[in-house]
Design a protein around this ligand. Structure first.
Ligand code: SF4
Length: 415
């Protein structure tokens, strides 16, 4: 079996020797062997001990069922690891920046796409964000990243002649919220390739369209003014997750300080507390993130705060496992969720509710909170409100945005 051979060869020598002994001592079917190999590959990626080295076989049981007993014990052990809070206290990954050999201009055409939510329906509540891939691939190395999995080349591509291409784009009336952070970090390259200059011209041409630049970067791009309809957002995470899983990105302080620069420069700011990870200590560390936001920002500074967690497609899961880089991000229960895999609903409800309730009342009341690409059943228990369909969600978000933008214009002396 090729898959089994490939995994076997990828394991450390000590584990390979232990597995050879195991496979000759006990009887396993071919599919059981494959299951054992896959679990050993996961344990190696998580830097957890090999199960072969901790399994204690019961003595004097020669009934021919030792293989089945091993499988049952292994499943119980793996289920325990996956369903409990991930322990990062003994985990220090070898940093594995995926080298980006160069940043190149590409003459690719610009296309306005829709966000990757499933088509309108009951599976998720979607705000209908439209996306523009002005840069493709990212210099950061988050271990859970689907962008890294999607673009295999180790090159970052910046769309050339960006200003003219943006100005030539035809927008229909349904378009009001466009994000550029779906295929890369929106500000990491600054204006090195004219991207920010192009986006400023585009925002000025469409004053009722909000352009969201999403980042995990501390790069200071605030030595120039941006139109009020450019909105800067930062993805934030618990310190432990930033240090252990979001390699090369800015620290929590670095991101918050950059958001303060955006605010002081006259723009609305937002945060995505995303992807939340269920790890030992998550309550305190995510609460610290909410304190950091509410101590530096007033409700009037903030357009929106979204909350969300890890979701993986089958192909991204496969890719992350094949890369085999040290990470505990997949040490989690992977339950089916709208065609992808994510934490069970109960875990999400507890994490999201904790974050929302940790914000002070004025932030809860004065900022548009939403759940990103999540099951509609989570809205009411977490945020105390829900929408019957995506359209209602989209319209409420737009109304809140226009109100905040007008308040900002008054503050900036434009209205
Ligand atoms: S910042 Fe975003 S695009 Fe860049 S590596 Fe992290 S998740 Fe991927």
């Amino acid at each position: 079996m090729k898959a089994a051979d490939d995994i076997y060869r990828s394991l450390p020598e000590g584990t390979r020797n232990a597995l050879s002994c195991l496979f000759s001592a006990y009887h396993f079917t071919e599919s059981q062997k494959l299951e054992i190999l896959k679990e050993e590959a996961d344990l190696r990626q998580w830097k957890e001990e090999s199960f072969t080295s901790i399994y204690k076989a019961p003595e004097n049981r020669n009934d021919g069922r030792n293989g089945d007993r091993y499988i049952m014990a292994m499943r119980a052990y793996m289920n325990h690891l996956r369903s409990s809070e991930t322990d990062y206290s003994d985990f220090t990954p070898n940093i594995h920046p995926r080298p980006k050999s160069r940043v190149m201009d590409t003459d690719k055409e610009l296309v306005l796409s829709r966000c990757p939510c499933p088509v309108d329906g009951e599976k998720t509540r979607c705000c209908k964000l439209r996306t523009l891939d002005v840069i493709e691939q990212c210099a950061f190395s988050c271990s859970y990243c689907s962008v890294q999995a999607f673009y295999s080349e180790n090159e970052i591509h910046a769309v050339s002649d960006i200003k003219n291409k943006l100005l030539a784009l035809d927008l229909d009336d349904s378009v009001w919220h466009i994000g550029t952070g779906q295929a890369s970090d929106s500000i990491l390259l600054g204006d090195d390739h004219g991207t920010l200059t192009g986006l400023i011209a585009f925002a000025e041409k469409h004053p009722d369209v909000i352009i969201e630049l999403k980042s995990k970067s501390a790069r200071n791009v605030f030595d120039r003014k941006y139109p009020e309809n450019i909105f800067f957002s930062w993805s934030l995470n618990a310190e432990t997750i930033i240090r252990k899983e979001e390699h090369l990105t800015a620290s929590l302080d670095g991101r918050i300080e950059n958001a303060m620069r955006a605010r002081d420069n006259g723009n609305l700011v937002g945060f995505h507390i995303h992807p939340m990870v269920y790890f030992r200590g998550w309550e305190d560390e995510y609460e610290a993130v909410t304190r950091r936001i509410s101590s530096e920002f007033k409700a009037e500074d903030l357009f929106a705060i979204s909350i969300g967690t890890l979701t993986f497609t089958k192909s991204v899961l496969k890719r992350l496992r094949m890369q085999g880089e040290e990470s505990r991000i997949l040490e989690m229960e992977l339950t089916p969720a709208a065609g992808k895999f994510s934490y069970p609903l109960d875990v999400k409800r507890r994490m999201f509710s904790h974050v929302y309730s940790s914000f002070p009342q004025d932030i809860q009341d004065g900022v548009f909170f939403y759940l990103c690409m999540e099951d509609p059943s989570l809205w009411l228990p977490v945020l105390g409100r829900e929408y019957g369909c995506d359209k209602d969600f989209e319209e409420d978000m737009k109304r809140n945005y226009l109100m905040k933008r007008d308040m900002l214009k008054v503050r900036n002396g434009i209205l």
